[in-house]
Structure formats: structure tokens, C-alpha cells
Write a protein that binds this ligand. Structure first.
Ligand SMILES: [Zn+2]
Length: 423
């Protein structure tokens, strides 16, 4: 949209040539000598020069009109594509409206006045051509008067061109200013937006890139595209946050099965509604194990079985209140992450490390798999399971799986190749 300077120069030079033309005519009138024919030829040549300049100026003006129309279209697109929130700045909005109106006006002005200028220019050219080689003083005088009238008309046209150029220049400047303010407004809006913690890193990165592009647009950047990218990134971040929030809703979590085994550990939570007591299989398996153990002189009893999401939340939250999150995480699972919520887990006897050294506990470690249980958190596996050795905590997997895990010598996490850690 840079066309006003050149146009102004052309208009000014056209006016300058006109002054020379008028001066030449005055000199001719004053002398009234036999050089009149030569003076006429000279004035005629000058008029042709002026006409040429005027025609070039008109062509430039046409270009300017196209530029003004393009600017007008761009401004309309900009205002149409911009997020209404980005136009919160009243100054940016008002400037855009003013620029748009000014451009529309300038464009209309060009269409009418350039069209009007074209006619006299053509007529003048025809008149000059038809008065070629005049014979006699009267004819020369008449020709000279025509030249004077044409020169006056051209001078006024040049003034109109200049005025029109000024109008376009102002409109373009106003548009450029409003574009800059729009960018500034978008950037302020983007920078001021609190990036939600829940949004994915991918959407956060995309948003940051869009804000940076708006902050420092490259030369000749497509502002509409930049604004659109900003809006897309912003919408993407909102969507990502919603997905994350939904995933954090404990009721909407999906239970995780790996190789048919229900997982509840620090990585994989259960939905809040899951579980309503120890499963029938778990109770039956324990009863069988208890009976055989009793036959061999071992006393086994369940100290803790099913724990609901709500009761685990209560335990965890009261611990957090006493010792903080880090301390609570060492002692008990976060709600949804306790294996006791599966209904497939029992804590035996004293719920103490000593159980692992007692005969009862050692019998359990060696025999539980035959009844479908594994010691879920083996000794030395804390980095993998996320829990210290708990010789009292059994998990029911069914005889086949429990035996396979027992024979592997691995923790369940290692056996399945999964992690157990809070994010
Ligand atoms: Zn337990």
C-alpha cells in the first residue's frame, strides 16, 4: 500500500510543466512577432508533454485506486476474521472502522473522478491535433487561447490528483495503524491469557508459537492468517484443557486391564464408582488358603479387605492434613490408586513387616500363588511398584496368572512391563 509518494511527485511535476506552458504563452502574446508560429509549435509540444504527464498520473491514480480497494478488502477481512475479544481495545476497533470507511470513500472518489478526467484529456489531445499547422495570426491566437484553457483545466486536475492522493495516504496510514493496534491487542490478550496447567504441552507450545508470531510478524506477513492461527491455538488449548479436566474427573476414568489383569497402581487409577466389596472369587480363594494353612498350623485372617474410593479419599486426605502430600504418598495410596478398591486385595494379620519373618507370613509367601494370590509388593521392588515391601498385602490374579508371576520372580509391574508412579 505504498503508492502515494510517487503519485505526489508526478502530480507536482505536472503542475510545474503547466507553469512553464502558461509562461510561454504570455511571452508569445507580448512579442506578437513572426516567431508566433514557432512559439505555437513550442507551446503545442509542451502541452503534449503535460498531457503525457497527466495520462501517466491518471494511470498511477488507477493503480492507487486498486491499492485502495485492496486495502479496503484487507481491512474488511481483518475485521471479519478477528476474534471479537481481540477488538476489546476501543481505539483499535474505532481506527479500523475509520480506515475502512475512508478507504471505501477514497475508492469511490477514484472511480468517479478519474473517469471524469479521462474525457477532457482525450478531447484536448484531439483539439491540439486538429489545429496542426495553422495559417494566419487569427488561427494562431485561437489556438493559443485553447492552449491556455487546457492548461488551466490541467492545473485544476493536478490539484484534484494531489487532493485524492492525500485522502488515500490518510486512509492507508489509518489502516496500517489499526492493523498494528489489532496485533498489539491480540498479543496483549495472548500474553495475558493464563495458560491452563491442565492443557497438554503440545497445545501450550502451539499457543506460545502463535502469540510469538503475532508479537513479531514478519514483513508482509498475512495478518489474517496469523490471527486465525492464534485463534486456532487458543481454541486447541481450551479443548485440551477440557479433555484433561474430564480425565481428572474420577468418575469418568476408564479402568485399565493389561493381559486381562485389572491394574490399580500409581500410574493407573480406578474410577471412583468402582468396586463394592471383595469379589466372590477372592473370598473363596482366601477361604481355601486359610483352611489349608490352618491344617498346617498357620493362622491367617483378613485385617483389611475392600476399601471404597470414598474411604481411601478420607484416609489419604486426613494424612495429607497431618504430614503433607509427600508424607501421605509414602504411607497410603491416593484415592483411585489403592489396589484395595479392586475388591481383589486383602491385608493379612498384623499388617506389619514382621509378618514377613513369621512362619505364617513365610508360608503365605511360598504358597499363596497356588490359591491365586501374589505378594503384590515384594522386597526390594519399591522403585518399580512404588511401594515398600508389604508381605501382608495379597492380590488375587487367579491361579494361572499368580503362578506365572510367582515363578517369574518379578513384581507384577515388571511382569506386565508397566510403570507405577504419580505424574
Ligand atoms: Zn494393603
Amino acid at each position: 500500500m505504498k503508492f502515494t509518494k510517487r503519485q505526489k511527485v508526478i502530480a507536482a511535476s505536472a503542475a510545474g510543466v503547466l507553469v512553464v506552458g502558461i509562461g510561454g504563452f504570455g511571452a508569445w502574446q507580448w512579442s506578437q512577432t513572426s516567431t508566433s508560429a514557432a512559439a505555437y509549435e513550442q507551446a503545442d509540444g509542451e502541452l503534449r508533454t503535460v498531457n503525457g504527464e497527466r495520462n501517466r498520473a491518471a494511470a498511477e491514480l488507477n493503480k492507487a485506486r486498486e491499492g485502495a480497494l485492496a486495502a479496503h478488502t484487507a481491512a474488511m477481512q481483518l475485521s471479519g476474521a478477528a476474534d471479537p475479544a481481540l477488538l476489546e481495545s476501543p481505539a483499535a476497533r474505532d481506527d479500523l472502522i475509520v480506515a475502512t470507511e475512508a478507504l471505501a470513500k477514497a475508492a469511490a472518489l477514484q472511480v468517479n473522478e478519474v473517469g471524469a478526467l479521462a474525457l477532457p484529456a482525450a478531447e484536448t489531445a484531439n483539439r491540439v491535433a486538429s489545429t496542426a499547422a495553422p495559417e494566419g495570426r487569427e488561427a494562431q491566437l485561437a489556438g493559443a487561447k485553447k492552449l491556455e484553457a487546457t492548461a488551466t483545466s490541467l492545473k485544476s486536475e493536478a490539484a484534484t490528483l494531489t487532493k485524492q492522493n492525500e485522502a488515500i495516504k490518510k486512509a492507508v496510514a489509518a489502516t496500517e495503524k489499526s492493523e498494528q493496534q489489532l496485533i498489539a491487542s491480540a498479543h496483549t490478550k495472548g500474553a495475558a491469557t493464563e495458560v491452563p496447567e491442565l492443557a497438554s504441552q503440545e497445545t501450550k507450545d502451539a499457543f506460545a508459537a502463535a502469540v510469538a508470531a503475532l508479537q513479531k510478524p514478519a514483513k508482509n506477513a498475512d495478518l489474517v492468517a496469523l490471527l486465525r492461527a492464534y485463534q486456532d491455538a487458543s481454541a486447541g488449548m481450551v479443548a485440551s484443557t477440557e479433555v484433561a479436566a474430564r480425565n481428572q474427573d474420577p468418575a469418568s476414568i476408564e479402568p485399565t486391564y493389561i493381559n486381562g489383569i485389572l491394574i490399580a497402581n500409581k500410574t493407573y487409577p480406578l474410577p471412583s464408582w468402582w468396586g463394592d466389596g471383595l469379589t466372590g472369587e477372592t473370598v473363596a480363594a482366601f477361604d481355601a488358603m486359610q483352611a489349608e494353612a490352618a491344617g498346617q498350623g498357620h493362622s491367617l485372617y483378613i485385617s483389611s479387605g475392600f476399601r471404597s474410593y470414598a474411604s481411601q479419599a478420607s484416609i489419604y486426605n486426613s494424612l495429607v492434613a497431618q504430614v503433607g502430600v509427600a508424607g501421605a504418598d509414602r504411607d497410603t495410596a491416593r484415592p483411585g490408586h489403592s489396589e484395595h478398591q479392586t475388591g481383589l486385595t486383602v491385608d493379612l494379620n498384623c499388617i506389619c513387616e514382621g509378618f514377613g519373618y513369621q512362619a505364617d507370613g513365610q508360608w503365605v509367601a511360598a504358597n499363596a500363588h497356588r490359591f491365586g494370590f501374589i505378594v503384590r509388593y515384594p522386597q526390594g521392588k519399591e522403585p518399580v511398584t512404588g511401594y515398600i515391601w508389604e508381605p501382608w498385602h495379597l492380590r488375587y490374579l487367579g491361579v494361572e496368572n499368580a503362578t506365572a508371576v510367582y515363578n517369574s520372580g518379578l513384581s507384577l509391574e515388571e511382569y506386565l512391563g508397566i510403570t507405577s508412579s504419580y505424574n
